[in-house]
Design a protein around this ligand. Structure first.
Ligand code: HT7
Ligand code: ZN
Length: 883
């Protein structure tokens, strides 16, 4: 397979002006007629025009109406190369034949539950017709769709519907025109039996926009929340960024077969049904929150991604990092900012940190790829969002907004790079962002060490920073990064001290804002070693470092256990309050893991139990914050901090701590369940979600006790629940421990919900992630369950992805988990390479484990690589994992 490099980017030799597509959709064959107006970048230059094409049958090519002679084109398995072309603007017509009904890759044009739909990002358009399938080719499109009227009554594409009518033989057509230039990856088509929920949105300039959410008829009642989310997102983008929607129609279509979450095609977003459909009975609070965030995300792409797009796929984070940041901010504004930040940072630590420390480590802007699909990663998305957040931290809200405004002023309608975004931020603020661009090019999580000292005589407080980025694949030497560290100092009563000035680099700099002292200031750490000295500090403070998690780094400070308990109860920065508890929990679990490995008796510190108890009883705290604060760090996060990851020890110790807390605080947890019941109908809002979160975590703690009275209580919660959030939490609590009751309740849940595809996926996930011994056998059985289907990505993610996410069974020392995954990857690769390569990624951290596990995992990777006809997707991940 060929590796593609950022450094080899070349501007296209030809541009496309207009693209007129005609689809004739059929059960056996689909014909695609494409008419493109082409112009050379340099008039008179006679370069060949190389078009991309994959798995499509070429029927004819015409240039300016004349069939091309055989000697003037060359077809290979991936390209169609045209030569002897006119030296000025010309018309190119190409007819292809495709077979969407056999397309199980869910890329290009395919069928989902009998309906036609498309997924063109990143390189799926080339599976529809021959094209320069790259994002810097932007053109205006029309799309005429012709299909059987009874089977496909609804025909949708991008832009405005300008004509429709009936044809002979029971067929009909619709003609769509998109007035905005777009790259091919934003093209979309949908044809099928669908109904819509309709609404309108009036933009702040008074434009009336029709909103339509399309699903099969029976699912329409489940689109209320998606419509609410869309309207909130449209309003938020106007309020916060001054960005209005630009067409008269916005369509969303929900499909059950989709490789990722959703796709931002211009005015025709296509969504995985999981991220559209919700009712209180079938969707949990987490689902409701995810729908809000993803509907927002795809809508926000209309400006960050569509109006201004990427020059090439290496720049993916330009649109994805920025749009994730925007959706995070949107969700924060719709709920609790602190809780959202905690959730986002937890995700970063559990998924992105391990990626950054493993063989798949890559910069936010990768330098090379074999298959672009493999780079839709937590690094590009989540770390990319952290990079955008750092601009805001450094420039302030107003400065950030000025940068965004300039970015749109300069680049509307263009395909640009991460440097263009950086330049807009810098120029709009006249800011010195020196080596900030390293965040785009250097992989790995910086490790920052901080030591502090107080000088009572001089009344100064010093923070000394040192930073290191470990070598990653292909990047052995690293430069120091530009790290914004937001800092506050707490006095002995836990109040924020006023900050006035800081000595740095031999200069005394005021940190005041508008002549007033501040309570948080952002230190710009840029060198390998650097000191900042706060002046006018009358007593030894407790530092609150990296407030709000102001940079995506690992921080190692000299805070003592008592400092951390102090911050846990006093820090005015909610994120750092939570963080103090997490650091304490991580330290505690790691030291117990060492005890466990030496067969020592495990003892839980009473100080820790009291810390948790005081959070539980603090009525001034937000309930969702409490739920987060008493959630122990995940097993992956803990294993990530060990020299050699030991899944069995981490699992045993985390369970021990959970159970011990449950028994010490049983009365508190019981009262939390009691006090947080409600007989009101389900409402999705912060206070109700917070209440349910607290009740559910209390139930989970209690269930770990394996006490028959508690089992009765949990069963009662399960049976009396009127919404999925509480019903599923009770089911999960019961399912923790193997028993007849567990089996019965799981069977009961399935029989209640077997006709709800999305609930069945939850049922699969609950069982696959279970830590019960030898769970691989249950998962193998579930693969044969009539509701399981290897062709449906949601089911694969639930059952196989879920299993890999449960360390104790996936990393079973007998290799059973690895062998199971190895076999599935080979099978799945033949159906859907994108999904198979997501699954194979579970092996990539194999070097973190002991020798026995290493050998077993490595053998599976080698087995996968020796398979005939392996996709490039899986090849790239498996081979880089072995590197
Ligand atoms: N921009 C979208 C990316 C996407 C995608 C990429 C590769 C393969 C399938 C895909 N489906 C959607 C999603 C987003 O908004 O981030
Ligand atoms: Zn996106």
């Amino acid at each position: 397979p060929q590796e593609i490099f950022l450094k080899n980017y070349k501007v296209p030799e030809y541009y496309f002006d207009t693209v007129d597509l005609k689809f004739s959709l059929g059960e056996e064959k689909t014909f695609v007629h494409s008419q493109i107006t082409v112009f050379p970048r340099v008039e008179g230059a006679s370069s060949p025009l190389v078009l991309d094409g994959k798995d499509i049958k070429l029927l004819s090519i015409k240039v300016d109406g004349k069939e091309l002679k055989e000697e003037d084109f060359y077809l290979d398995p991936r390209h169609l190369t045209l030569s002897s072309l006119p030296s000025t603007r010309f018309t190119l017509e190409i007819v292809t034949e495709i077979y969407p009904q056999y397309n199980t890759s869910l890329e290009g044009l395919y069928k989902s539950s009998g309906n036609f739909c498309t997924q063109c990002e990143a390189e799926g358009f080339r599976k529809i017709t021959f094209f320069q399938d790259r994002p810097d080719i932007m053109a205006k499109y029309t799309c005429r769709i012709e299909a059987d009227k009874a089977i496909y009554p609804v025909l949708l594409s991008n832009g405005n519907l300008i004509e429709q009518g009936d044809l002979e033989g029971g067929r009909h057509y619709a003609l769509w025109e998109d007035p905005f230039k777009k790259p091919s990856y934003l093209f979309a088509l949908v044809a099928g039996q669908l109904e819509s929920r309709d609404d309108t949105f009036i933009t702040r300039s008074g434009r009336k926009v029709s909103l339509r959410i399309w699903t099969p008829a029976q699912d329409i009642p489940k689109t209320v929340h998606a419509m609410y989310s869309l309207k909130e997102a449209m309003k938020w983008d106007e309020d916060v960024f001054g960005l209005e929607y630009d067409l008269d129609l916005f369509n969303i279509v929900a499909v059950p077969d989709f490789n990722m979450g959703a796709m931002e095609n211009k005015s025709l977003n296509i969504f995985n049904s999981k991220l559209v459909l919700a009712s209180p009975e079938t969707a949990s609070d987490a689902d409701y929150a995810a729908i809000l965030g993803v509907i927002g995300h795809e809508y926000f792409h209309n400006w960050t991604g569509n109006r201004v797009t990427c020059r090439d796929w290496f720049q993916l984070s330009l649109k994805e990092g920025l749009t994730v940041f925007r959706d995070q901010e949107f969700s924060s504004d719709m709920g609790s900012r602190t809780v959202k930040r905690i959730a986002d940072v937890s995700k970063l630590r559990s998924y992105q940190f391990p990626q950054d420390a493993g063989p798949m480590a890559h910069p936010v802007r990768p330098h090379s790829y074999i298959k672009m699909d493999n780079f839709y990663t937590v690094t590009v998305y989540e770390k990319g969002a952290e990079v955008v957040r750092m601009y805001k931290t450094l420039l302030g809200s107003e400065g950030f907004r000025k940068g965004m405004d300039l970015y749109f002023r300069r680049h509307d309608g263009q395909a640009v790079t991460c440097e263009d975004f950086f330049a807009a931020m810098r120029d709009a603020n006249g800011a010195d962002l020196s080596n900030f661009l390293l965040w785009y090019s250097q992989a790995g999580t910086p490790l920052v060490k901080v030591t502090s000292s107080y000088n009572a005589e001089a009344q100064t407080y010093s923070l000394k920073f040192s930073q290191e980025v470990r070598p990653t694949r292909g990047q052995l030497v690293k430069e120091p990064m530009f790290i914004p560290v937001a800092v506050g100092l707490l006095d002995k009563n836990g109040k924020d001290m006023p900050l006035i000035s800081v000595y740095h680099d031999g200069m005394l700099e005021s940190v005041k804002k508008n002549g007033q002292p501040v309570f948080t200031t952002v230190l710009q750490v840029k060198k390998k070693e650097e000191e900042f000295v706060f002046s006018d500090i009358p007593e030894r403070p407790t530092p609150s470092l990296l407030r709000g998690y102001s940079a995506p780094i690992r921080l190692d400070s000299d805070l003592t256990t008592s400092d951390l308990f102090f911050l846990l109860s006093h820090d005015s920065d909610g994120f750092n309050r939570w963080e103090a508890g997490q650091i304490l929990a991580r330290k505690l679990i790691l030291s117990l893991v060492a005890d466990y490995q030496q067969n020592k008796l495990l003892v839980l510190s009473t100080e820790f139990v009291h810390g948790i108890k005081s959070i539980l009883s603090d009525s001034s705290l937000d309930k969702e914050f409490i739920a987060k604060a008493i959630t122990l760090p995940g097993e992956v996060e803990i294993m990530d901090m060990m020299e050699v990851a030991d899944p069995d020890a981490v699992h045993a110790v985390r369970n021990f701590v959970r159970k011990k807390l449950a028994s010490e605080l049983k009365a508190e947890f019981l009262s939390m369940v009691e006090r947080n019941r409600s007989s009101e109908p389900y409402v999705f809002n912060h206070s109700n979600m917070a209440r349910r979160a607290l009740k559910n975590i209390a139930l989970a703690y209690l269930a770990s006790l394996e006490d028959p009275d508690i089992t009765d209580l949990v069963l009662h919660e399960y049976q009396s629940a009127t919404n999925m959030t509480e019903q599923f939490a009770a089911l999960a609590a019961i399912a923790q421990n193997p028993s007849k009751i567990r089996d019965d309740v799981l069977a009961d849940f399935y029989s209640k919900w077997e006709h709800e595809f999305l609930v069945v996926s939850k049922w699969f996930a609950l069982q696959s992630t279970s830590d019960i011994p030898r769970n691989v056998e249950n998962v193998q059985k579930l693969m044969k369950h009539p509701a399981f289907d290897l062709r449906n990505p949601n089911k694969v993610y639930s059952l196989i992805g879920g299993f890999c996410g449960s360390p104790v069974n996936f990393h079973a020392k007998d290799g059973s988990g690895y062998q199971f995954l190895g076999e599935i990857v080979v099978q799945l690769d033949k159906i859907n390479p994108q999904v198979a390569s997501r699954m194979v990624s579970a092996f990539s951290r194999w070097r973190r484990f002991d020798e026995t596990r290493q050998n077993l995992a490595k053998a599976q990777l080698e087995m996968i690589l020796s398979t005939n006809g392996l996709s490039e997707n899986v090849f790239e991940i498996a081979s880089k994992s072995l590197d």
